[in-house]
Design a protein around this ligand. Sequence first.
Ligand code: SF4
Length: 318
Amino acid sequence: MEPLTLYLAAPRGFCAGVDRAIKIVELALQKWGAPVYVRHEIVHNRYVVDELRAKGAVFVEELDECPDDRPVIFSAHGVPKSVPEAAAARQMIAVDATCPLVTKVHNEAARHSENGLQMVMIGHQGHPEVIGTMGQLPPGEVLLVETVEDVARLNVRDPLKLAYITQTTLSVDDTADIARALQARFPAILAPAHDDICYATTNRQAAVKAIAPRIDALLVIGAPNSSNSKRLVEVGKAAGCAYSQLVQRATDIDWRALSGAKSVGVTAGASAPETLVNEVIDAFRARYQVAVERVETATEDIEFKVPRVLREPIGGGA
Ligand code: SF4
């Protein structure tokens, strides 16, 4: 067998928000039994969703698809304000699995709005997090920009009363370019006090940048609808690794494209479980004489508590 070095990026895979969201579904199933409804994929990973489905979770896209008498969980990406309001009007048991770092952005938007500011959001149109964050305020209060070019086209109410916020899972470098364009066009615009791009996104991108110069190819384990995973592919390419590919699991690997590679980088998006990383390593071991090198650029010890209702014993709370 040919020798090959696998550079394992660290940190990679599950973040604290994903870990919490999965725990919420599992605890809800323990507390209330199946079925428990989940509005939207709890996190963007088919493997995770299928495992929870097997335990009794039912995934739906809209609240209308849930019966009144079963619990509903809102995904880690967050939801527009109208969704918990509709659940409350129907007297449903609703548990919010929105990542606290997304909620932080929601609160930031609400605070700016109370101070009379209009918001510009840097993010990707149609992503559930963007829909959720924009849906915290009435239509027209949050304007979306996806690119530097979009900034030139913005039509704002008052250039002196503006703030910007961002999606949590963007490319750190691309977002900095868009933020610079916003500041150049609207010098009075308020920036987030602390970066809205979350620690997990930032750390995973930094780890990819650290391994990119040493590798012939990069595999990012993640789902095609996972924003932070797609950004890792882009970061790999921008850092000089031309063959940077998203794979959902080992069966997606294009072995022909990897022929001749002596060193391959492996990372995983924030919603991809470590089982899939091990599956990919095993697939390499079946074909190459593999040496694994772990490249760690940061350590993470963040943990988020689950909502109180799931910390109470069965019979306690709603
Ligand atoms: S990627 Fe960041 S914002 Fe999204 S769930 Fe994980 S920690 Fe929260």
